[in-house]
Each structure stands twice: as C-alpha cells, then as structure tokens.
Design a protein around this ligand. Structure first.
Ligand SMILES: Cc1cc2nc3c(=O)[nH]c(=O)nc-3n(C[C@H](O)[C@H](O)[C@H](O)COP(=O)(O)OP(=O)(O)OC[C@H]3O[C@@H](n4cnc5c(N)ncnc54)[C@H](O)[C@@H]3O)c2cc1C
Length: 262
C-alpha cells in the first residue's frame, strides 16, 4: 500500500490572525501542521499497518516555514517527506495549489505507483475544503470526500460518509483521492522514539522546475479567485454571565423578558 498524505502548514488557530493584501499573514513562529491533517496521516498509517507493508509520503506546498508540517508528519511515523517550495507559488489560489500538488503526486506515482492520496477535510486557515476535489480533477483520479471511515479491499477504496439524514457507503477504484473527516480516527501522538528518528529523516525539496511547471501558470498572477475584502471580526457584544446558584432559570427568564424575547 503506497499512500501520499497532503499536510498544510497553517497559522496556529489560537494566535491573532490577520490579513495582508487579501492573504492570511503567515509567520513562521506560530505555524503548525493543519490539525485536521493529523486524521489524514493517521488514516494512512492505519492502512499501511493493516496491509502489513507499504510506504507513506507526506507532502506540503508552501514557503520555507512549511517544512515544519512534513517534519510533524515524520514524527507521527510517515516514511518520506516532500516539501514543494518556490517563490512563484506565492499567492496561488486553490487551483494553483492543486496543480502543484498534482504534479508532485504524479512525479512520485511515475517512479512507483501510489494507491491513494489522503487529505484532511479542510485547512483551518483557508477552510474551502476544495483542494481534494481540485486535486482529483487535476490527477483525473476518482475522489471520495468527507470520509468518516475508510477501508481498502484489493483495488477498491470504500468510505462511509455521515450526512445529516443518511449514512452513505461509496466505493471507487484505486488510485483515488480521499479526504477524511475528524470522525475518521483518533490521531496518535508522536512518541520519543519517532521524534528522535524523524530528526535524521531527509526532506525532499522540489521547486517548480523539478515539477516541470511553468511559473506563469501558478501564483497570484494565475489565480482565478481573489479575496475581495477581509476585515477583523467585530468584538463580541457585552455578555451577561450568570452563575447558576439555583436561580439560573429565573435569571434566564428575566433576561429573555428584558429583551422582549418571551
Ligand atoms: C505558497 C502559497 C501561497 C498562498 N498564497 C495565498 C494568497 O496570497 N491568497 C490566498 O487567498 N491564498 C493563498 N494560498 C492559499 C491557497 O489558496 C490554499 O492553500 C488553497 O487554496 C487550498 O485551499 P484551503 O486552504 O482552503 O484548503 P482546503 O481545501 O480547505 O484543504 C483540504 C486539505 O487539502 C490539503 N492542503 C491544502 N492546502 C495544502 C497545501 N498548501 N499543502 C499541502 N496540503 C494542502 C490538506 O490536506 C487539507 O486538509 C497560498 C497557498 C500557498 C501554498
């Protein structure tokens, strides 16, 4: 089983977020691997362990700092790490990002075929959940999105999708792109042995030239989407905090009456 997992380097959600000219301001000191990509890494490691053989790649696209995302994946136990970094990628939209990731996937796939690409359900900064679909389209592979469960039998991947009023079971032939939700599994913690082993594992770095991508086809200049406006979230309105000492219900009723809501 050969699997590639996409992991994105994102600003820490707890940090103060800001925008510069329509793009998320990214600083190296508060960045981390997108938390939802831990589920993607876990899904890949579980499939490899169940198969008893295989290799797992972690791939990120981003500036110098983004290498931290694949290093984290190495600590979790993936076998190989690839970082695509090129100044010309800056400002790419989802289509540009998917094009770059697809070229890297194809390069690895040509050397030795991959069975699956597994992504997280969303990147917690961009939060479009579009990358998996755009990537499957670029690769012309099947796509199975928002999987709460994933199994592979022979050359078929099967996922379970939890919808509001139904549970869907959907299958596709390999190779396929699968995005997994945070319900798919419980990500493991890196242990000391893996953290130490990860320090000596190499990270392969590719530029656009390594992927034979024309720089004019990605980056801000080629973006098909544009952030029209971004403004800080307004501060929360004053809140009334009531500590319930047995009179909570009365306080709530009084509050609603005071607002004319009851
Ligand atoms: C170098 C660079 C510069 C960028 N500059 C801008 C900019 O100027 N303005 C702007 O609006 N946006 C910019 N982006 C963000 C880019 O548009 C988004 O990364 C892309 O559209 C994916 O959308 P998303 O973040 O909503 O991911 P989603 O679709 O929500 O993510 C789903 C999954 O896709 C995978 N994934 C997503 N992005 C990456 C990645 N980069 N590497 C590896 N895996 C990934 C993860 O597994 C993730 O869980 C830039 C991105 C890069 C890499």
């Amino acid at each position: 089983m050969r699997i590639l997992v996409t992991v994105k380097f994102v600003p820490d959600l707890q940090s103060q977020r800001s925008f510069t000219e329509g793009a998320v301001t990214r600083t190296g000191d508060d960045g981390t691997m997108n938390e939802l990509d831990e589920n993607a890494v876990e899904a890949a490691l579980q499939l490899k362990e169940a198969a008893g053989e295989g290799e797992v790649y972690a791939l990120t696209v981003g500036g110098d700092d983004a290498v931290a995302a694949v290093r984290k994946a190495l600590q979790l136990g993936v076998d190989h790490a690839v970082h695509v970094s090129d100044a010309a990628v800056a400002g790419s939209d989802v289509f540009g990002t998917a094009k770059v990731i697809a070229a890297a996937v194809e390069k690895i796939h040509e050397e030795s075929p991959l069975d699956l690409v597994i992504t997280g359900m969303a990147a917690l900064d961009g939060l479009t959940s579009m990358l998996p679909t755009a990537l499957a389209a670029e690769l012309d592979w099947s796509q199975l999105t928002l999987a709460s469960g994933l199994t592979v039998e022979g050359s078929t991947a099967t996922v379970v999708r939890h919808l509001p009023d139904a549970h869907e079971t959907v299958s596709a032939s390999l190779p396929a792109v699968v995005s997994v939700t945070d319900e798919a599994n419980k990500p493991r913690y890196p242990n000391f042995k893996l953290i130490m082993a990860a320090r000596s594992k190499p990270v392969t770095t590719w530029t656009l030239a390594d992927l034979a991508i024309d720089p004019a086809t990605v980056g801000a200049g080629a973006a098909r989407t544009v952030v029209v406006d971004a403004s800080p979230r307004p501060p929360k309105e004053d809140r009334t905090v009531v500590t319930d000492t047995g009179e909570g219900g009365v306080a709530l009723a009084d509050y609603l009456l005071g607002k004319g809501l009851a």
